[in-house]
Design a protein. Structure first.
Length: 262
């Protein structure tokens, strides 16, 4: 599943390509979404923004296209060629302007909302503070994590209602860099540790907003990650074999060093 930095970069790219332009055509392979085309055709795209792992396309008429990419979804841009409309029958959503077509494929969630529906949307309203948001509130993130005291920290960090934007890669990397066991219960961690985890997560996400592959190590390192997907390979700090465990109801993989993260 894309992490917060990926969704943020996608939103930035789409905003640069679509904002201020008039929608010439809107298509969707989903009947309920296709039926809303009249709400956006002829309207200008006002903005494209990321909210955690959710992406919102806002139109001048008040409509909001909400997508969540899930494990396999993506947004792609194509140059519009010729005078005719582009036919994309399998696209979950396709927004066509005078020069580009933005295509959403294989997304888990695609729905057209009113502005009021977007403001009150259960999944969006439940989101914790967005690590990449301009108004990120670290104290609120700590409070929300504290409310999940019985959870293992490796699970709590992935809970988007605690704080939004962390995925499987950052979860493992942040815990390693802060020397915290993913199996530790939130209730057993002091406020300083919680704050360090939140700060490190934000730092890594912001570091990867530019072009190029995601990296949590230094720019000079031959490896991009410290522990992620390095099961049974030696820890780059102490040489101990990296271990893998699964956590939470979704059995998500977590990689950690048992020596550096006691």
């Amino acid at each position: 599943m894309p992490e917060g930095d990926t969704v943020w970069r996608t939103a930035r790219t789409l905003h640069a390509a679509l904002a201020g332009k008039t929608v010439l055509a809107f298509e969707s392979s989903l009947p309920a979404v296709a039926a809303t085309s009249r709400r956006v055709v002829g309207q200008k795209v006002e903005a494209v923004e990321a909210r955690g792992k959710h992406l919102l396309v806002r139109f001048a008429g008040g409509a909001v296209l909400h997508t969540h990419l899930g494990m396999r979804g993506s947004w792609r841009l194509y140059r519009r060629t010729g005078a005719g409309r582009v036919s994309l029958p399998r696209a979950r959503a396709a927004i066509e302007t005078s020069d580009v077509v933005a295509v959403c494929a294989l997304a888990t969630v695609v729905e057209m909302l009113s502005a009021a529906q977007a403001s009150a949307h259960p999944a969006l309203a439940r989101l914790g503070p967005d690590l990449l948001g301009p108004a990120f509130d670290a104290a609120a993130a700590r409070r929300r994590l504290r409310e999940r005291g019985e959870l293992e920290i490796g699970v709590a960090l992935m809970d988007q209602t605690s704080l939004a934007g962390i995925g499987n890669v950052y979860k493992s990397e942040v815990l390693f860099l802060c020397g915290v066991s993913p199996l530790a219960r939130v209730r057993d961690l002091d406020d300083g540790t919680i704050d360090r985890l939140v700060a490190k997560a934000g730092e890594l996400l912001r570091r990867n907003l530019g072009p190029g592959p995601r990296r949590t190590t230094s720019a000079l390192s031959p490896l991009r990650h410290w522990v992620y997907r390095r099961s049974r390979r030696p820890c780059r700090k102490c040489g101990t074999g990296i271990e893998r465990t699964v956590q939470g109801e979704q059995a998500r993989s977590t990689y950690f060093c048992p020596t550096c993260q006691p």
